[in-house]
Design a protein. Structure first.
Length: 203
């Protein structure tokens, strides 16, 4: 009699466990699936910003006073050593030396960027960074005045940044083929002033 009770209890426990497992599976395949898929997508992907190009500041003769210039920089990544310098020097055809900012080269040509991107994907300890800077074509004494004009017309000049999404592999490395544009940037508009560059310098 005791053996029969133990068997009944065992089979009852197994039956309850099976029911719970089936309910759990049904929940994961149904109501919870979207949530888990979204979490997995977040873990496997990364979103980035595409900076908008700032509009130009022009004098009344449409001579540029302030404008954006973009270029690619090469940085030393984790694992960089003196032994890496020779290979980079060969690609860039000039001696390289890493300073405290970890910048190897400040302006890369398109041809150099293509070669170095392949090297970066292969695991070489370098990183290519997109950099944009504002060029102001006035003397140092009039720079503050131009900055005031930039602030005055900020809403017109700045534009709106875009964004993209890219997937990562199990090593958290970006998969270039998965790059997806989520929102295109809206570049800023040019502003034409009612004064000339000569008048700005003469202030």
């Amino acid at each position: 009699m005791g053996l029969l009770i133990r068997r009944v209890l065992l089979w009852g426990a197994l039956f309850i466990w099976a029911v719970i497992a089936l309910c759990r599976a049904a929940y994961l395949a149904g109501p919870a699936r979207a949530g888990y898929m979204q979490q997995a997508d977040i873990l496997a992907g990364r979103e980035g910003v595409i900076p908008a190009i700032r509009g130009r500041l022009l004098d009344r003769n449409k001579v540029p006073i302030a404008w954006d210039e973009a270029h690619l920089e090469l940085l030393a990544a984790e694992g960089w050593s003196r032994g890496c310098e020779q290979e980079i020097s060969t690609i860039l055809r000039r001696p390289v030396e890493v300073d405290d900012s970890r910048i190897i080269a400040r302006r890369l040509s398109p041809e150099e960027a293509v070669k170095l991107e392949e090297l970066e994907r292969a695991g070489f300890p370098v990183r290519i960074r997109y950099r944009r800077e504002r060029i102001v074509a006035v003397s140092a004494a009039r720079r503050d005045f131009v900055m005031q004009l930039e602030a005055e017309y900020e809403n017109i000049l700045r534009g709106k940044d875009g964004c993209y999404r890219i997937l990562l592999d199990r090593y958290q490395t970006e998969i270039p083929e998965s790059w997806q544009l989520l929102k295109a940037p809206e570049n800023g508009q040019d502003v034409v002033l009612d004064i000339s560059l000569e008048e700005i310098e003469a202030r």
